[in-house]
Design a protein around this ligand. Structure first.
Ligand SMILES: Nc1ncnc2c1ncn2[C@@H]1O[C@H](COP(=O)(O)OP(=O)(O)OP(=O)(O)O)[C@@H](O)[C@H]1O
Length: 566
């Protein structure tokens, strides 16, 4: 029996912490806040403006331990401002003549606004060029591009214009800020982009060129774009391409495409590391992080990672280098690796996908609804045996309280290295390493699982009436507990084996895994992709095997479910 503490690696947490510190900062401030720039801070200056203005100064503000790098005058909006660049932030306050006794004016004058440098993703010299003008144009100043939070999960880009027509002045600010931006870790400079032009209603290309590419260009990211031409194209591309040329991969498509890219990348890592992929191998981590721009009919991976399918949010996570380690599942059969993935369904979920794939000519949403209804109409249980290594929560209190409270507790878990066996007739079995948030399931298909906790969720729906099973499915679309049915069982596990029930009467439960006879193929839904395999399958979870660009989202921005077929 092993004991361990649930890991808490979350790059975005630090980001959130800094943002809340910025919010705290702001709450100390007086005077107006710029409403269109929600992440910009405002705080009181505790020092008077220097009398000699107009020249850049190199100073050190020892009180705040945030050394001042540059100081100068720019016009921001219609106001002349004293602008200070320190190692952590860019701040400015309006310059107004002091009138003795005018307290309000003096307070206003000392009010400072700022943006943290970690929220800046690009800087450009701003010039005006008239039609036909040959040279580079008249300098107007500097434009700073920043990443702002919009609502709970969304990010958006915005600009701050620092106007000053002096070339020398602007160039020295431009170079200094550019150097700082180049020093931020994890921000990609070169990306391989893989677009599935056939995803959903064939809008992936347009989403990329209109919403994502302009942001990558602004951030000076080199891109190498491939439009996939057939299923499996991304996989063969990743077998050969020179990965060292890139800082990351980006997939524009739905869950199927993303899963193929992740599988290809992880497979490549195993080949490069010379790993023998039998069912007990310990996989090595993927060499590159993967970004997901959602453009598919199902976007569970993007929702779980960003809390929204908003392409600009995904693009900004990539540009800012927000890395989120994510657990990955391996699926093996007869001692052979079949694929890597994040989630899977067997039984109803597998059969519905197999049916949908046979009707590819239908529009995607219609196809999905048709397949769900038809599979529900022909609902039939599968006679299977399930073996799993369960994890038990050590701390009694950690199952109570809100998700946030639970997260803050120190959670200790034991996992039993003793297989548990259950068999019977199952309608559906789901095994998920990520919360599986989506527009039809705002709490997620696996609400108790995090992206990087090292566990997987096993949800078993035993045989019941069609009406009861439909009620259980319908419950996913609400915020009520979808597992609160007598025929549903949930477990947190490390490993699962699914096997057709042994009717031979053998007492050795593991003998059948050795020499398995040729058998019927069963449909599995792995991240929305159909995997047809023999009845014996072994699923393991590998903690933090890949970095994805994004954050650890707890629930959706828009918790409105929109499934109409049930
Ligand atoms: N050019 C292509 N033609 C056909 N299939 C492709 C092409 N490129 C990729 N694929 C495959 O299409 C499958 C589905 O793609 P994706 O998940 O991006 O779209 P989707 O609209 O969400 O899919 P679905 O309609 O199956 O939910 C993936 O398995 C991918 O491998």
């Amino acid at each position: 029996m092993a004991t361990f503490v649930r890991p808490r690696v979350n790059a975005w947490c630090d980001q959130k912490k800094l943002q809340s510190e910025a919010a705290e900062h702001r709450s100390l401030g007086v005077g107006k806040r710029t409403s269109s720039l929600p992440l910009l801070g405002t705080c009181e200056r505790d020092e008077a403006l220097p009398s000699s203005r107009g020249q850049d100064e190199l100073r050190s503000d020892s009180a705040s331990a945030d050394p001042v790098l540059l100081r100068g005058i720019f016009a921001i909006g219609k106001q002349s401002c004293d602008v200070v660049l320190s190692a952590r932030k860019l701040s400015w306050s309006p310059i107004q003549p002091e009138i003795p006794g005018d307290v309000l004016r003096t307070e206003f004058q000392h009010k400072e606004e700022f943006v943290e440098l970690k929220d800046i993703f690009a800087i450009k010299l701003k010039r005006r060029r008239s039609v036909g003008q040959q040279n580079e144009g008249t300098l107007l100043g500097i434009t700073i591009f920043i990443c702002l939070r919009k609502g709970k999960n969304k990010l958006k880009d915005s600009t701050i214009n620092l106007n000053n027509i002096s070339e020398e002045h602007c160039n020295s600010w431009f170079r200094q800020i550019k150097d700082i931006l180049n020093g931020f870790p994890n921000r990609p400079k070169s990306l391989k982009i893989i677009i599935n032009p056939h995803s959903h209603k064939k809008e992936a290309r347009q989403i990329y060129s209109e919403q994502v590419e302009p942001l990558f260009k602004l951030a000076n990211i080199q891109t190498d774009v491939t439009l996939t031409e057939y299923k499996g194209h991304a996989l063969s591309l990743l077998k050969e391409c020179q990965l060292q040329e890139y800082d990351g991969l980006v997939c524009v498509g739905g869950d199927g495409s993303t899963s193929e890219v992740v599988h290809g990348l992880l497979l490549r890592a195993q080949i490069d590391a010379g790993r023998d992929t039998d069912s007990t191998f310990m996989p090595v981590r993927a060499q590159l992080p993967v970004g997901i721009i959602s453009a598919g009919s199902t976007n569970i991976l993007a929702y779980s990672l960003h809390g929204t399918k908003h392409p600009v949010t995904a693009a900004l996570h990539i540009i800012m280098g927000h890395l989120q380690p994510v657990d990955v599942l391996t699926f093996s059969s007869h001692n052979r690796l079949l694929r890597f993935g994040f989630s899977s369904m067997f039984g109803f979920g597998g059969r519905a996908l197999a049916l949908a794939e046979k009707h590819r000519w239908m529009p995607s949403s219609q196809r999905r609804e048709f397949a769900i209804i038809k599979t529900l109409a022909n609902l039939k249980p599968e006679d299977f045996e399930l073996l799993f290594l369960p994890i038990n929560c050590f701390q009694a209190g950690s199952q109570r309280g809100s998700r946030k409270e639970k997260k803050e507790m120190i959670e200790e878990y034991v996992y039993q290295d003793q297989w548990q066996i259950t068999n019977g007739h199952f309608l559906n079995i789901s095994i998920m390493a990520i919360p599986c948030l989506c527009s039809v399931a705002p709490r997620g298909l696996a609400p108790n699982i995090r992206l990087n906790d090292g566990f997987m969720s096993l949800v078993v729906a035993r045989n019941t009436s069609r009406t009861e099973f439909a009620k259980h499915l319908k419950r996913y679309t609400s915020v009520r507990n979808q597992f609160d049915f007598p025929f549903v069982e949930t477990y947190t596990v490390k490993e699962v084996k699914v096997h057709q029930s042994n009717r031979s009467g053998s007492t050795d439960k593991f003998a059948k895994y050795v020499n398995f006879p040729t058998e019927e193929k069963y449909p599995w839904n792995v991240d929305g992709d159909l995997m047809e395999t023999a009845s014996e399958i072994h699923i393991r979870v590998h903690p933090q095997l890949i970095n994805l660009y994004g954050c650890n989202t707890e629930e959706l921005d828009e918790s409105k479910a929109n499934c109409s077929c049930l």
